[in-house]
Design a protein. Structure first.
Length: 405
């Protein structure tokens, strides 16, 4: 039934109900408050809708029963999105959680009519907070709060973009975390890593990415740090160093020439140098006081020398297959095992070989002495057998080059 103004001929708006709290559990059609109709589905000035599930629809009453400009505010107070439709089922708006819309009739010539809508912001900040909370954030009440979700790992794992702001805890034995590509996760991606396990934890980047200039980093038991992407590599801060296990290892693969260690690399007391040398290798240490244990695992007939940039300062050459304790005083680099004793009462060497003599020289590591087998003493020149002493006498494979024998 319609009510028409006798002076203008326009349909008169019904007397409105101010407020209606509606629980939406099935698709529901609203009704105008006409002829005392003020039931549960009345189209009040303000309708707060609690949708019990997703995919539900709220249908507007016939547009032809009211004047143009007739308006209703519909507010979604639930966590579920629902749609508002005209009387024929055509969608007018989708109402997200916490959002309110202002609907008004612009054409009442048909039952479905034409409607316009204005979308208001969220009715409460709690809905906004839940919608905005990403990695590292959590909604508490009406506010966003910082959060570091804790995740434990017991086997090797590859981290990815979804691990942003995660507190990553290693709880296994010796293991490895592989970082995502720094360029893929972008500048400012970060995660916190702690070794809570029972062995060394290796942190390994991918591709050409470096961590503080290093190809990998080790965390000893109980150690931790925050690692941050700069878009092309990784930087760390907040390093918590273990007091029980204070030593870390730097593994460098070198092929010759001059290599300058960064401050981060030189902080590793134990250094393993490997690779096939094609020329003499010089390693430049920072001008700081430090003690090093250096293991020369290189191959090739060339030397491995450690020094600082100070001109004329003392240097140390580490023989292949040997490990030396080396001291840097900020200027000089020298062997910690050298002493002032004038004699050695006993010296035990490894057996050695033609390629790596047991007793050799800093200027020529390919010449010296070795033990071919029990009861024999071999002389090596340029990694070739030059002579052999045994119980049978002296054997010289190339003969005597001069003089009397």
């Amino acid at each position: 039934m319609e009510y028409t103004n006798p002076f203008t001929g326009a349909t008169i708006s019904p007397s409105q109900v101010g407020y209606n709290a509606l629980t939406l559990s099935v698709d529901t059609t609203l009704e105008w408050p006409i002829n005392g109709n003020v039931g549960a589905n009345v189209a009040a000035n303000i309708v707060e809708v609690d949708a019990t599930t997703t995919g539900l629809a709220l249908l507007m009453p016939p547009a032809s029963q009211v004047s143009t400009g007739q308006a209703v505010i519909i507010s979604n107070v639930s966590a579920n999105t629902f749609t508002v439709e005209d009387n024929g089922g055509a969608t007018l708006a989708s109402v997200d959680s916490g959002v309110s819309i202002y609907l008004y009739v612009t054409d009442n010539s048909t039952v479905d009519g034409l409607w316009s809508s204005i979308t208001f912001g969220a009715g409460t900040s709690a809905a906004d907070a839940a919608a905005l909370a990403g990695y590292g954030l959590i909604p508490l009440g009406h506010t966003l709060n910082q959060a570091y979700p804790v995740t434990n790992y017991y086997s090797n794992a590859s981290l990815n973009s979804t691990d942003r702001a995660q507190f990553t805890i290693w709880s296994g034995g010796a293991g490895t975390f592989t970082l995502p590509s720094a360029s893929a996760v972008g500048n400012n991606w970060f995660t916190m890593i702690r070794n809570n396990g029972t062995g060394i934890l290796n942190i390994v980047p991918v591709g050409s990415d470096l961590i503080d200039g290093n190809s990998s980093v080790q965390l000893q038991i109980t150690e931790s740090f925050v690692i941050v992407s700069n878009g092309t590599g990784w930087n760390t801060f907040g390093y918590g160093q273990a007091t029980e296990f204070a030593f870390t290892i730097l593994s460098l693969v070198l092929t010759g020439g001059t290599y300058t260690e960064s401050a981060s690399q030189a902080s590793n007391l134990i250094q393993e140098i490997s690779g096939t040398l094609t020329s003499n290798q010089i390693v430049i240490l920072p001008p700081t006081v430090q003690l090093y244990s250096i293991n020369n695992q290189t191959t090739g007939s060339f030397t491995l020398t450690f020094k600082t940039t100070s001109v004329g300062a003392q240097v140390v050459s580490v023989p292949q297959g040997a490990t030396l304790l080396v001291i840097c005083d900020g200027t000089n680099v020298y062997s910690a095992s050298s002493g002032s004793s004038s004699s050695i009462t006993s010296l035990t060497l490894g057996n050695g070989s033609l390629s790596v003599p047991s007793l050799k020289f800093a200027g020529d590591p390919n010449t010296g002495l070795y033990l071919p087998s029990s009861g024999q003493l071999g002389f090596v020149v340029n990694n070739l057998l030059a002579g052999l002493f045994s119980a049978n006498g002296l054997y010289v494979p190339n003969g005597i080059g001069g003089g009397n024998f």
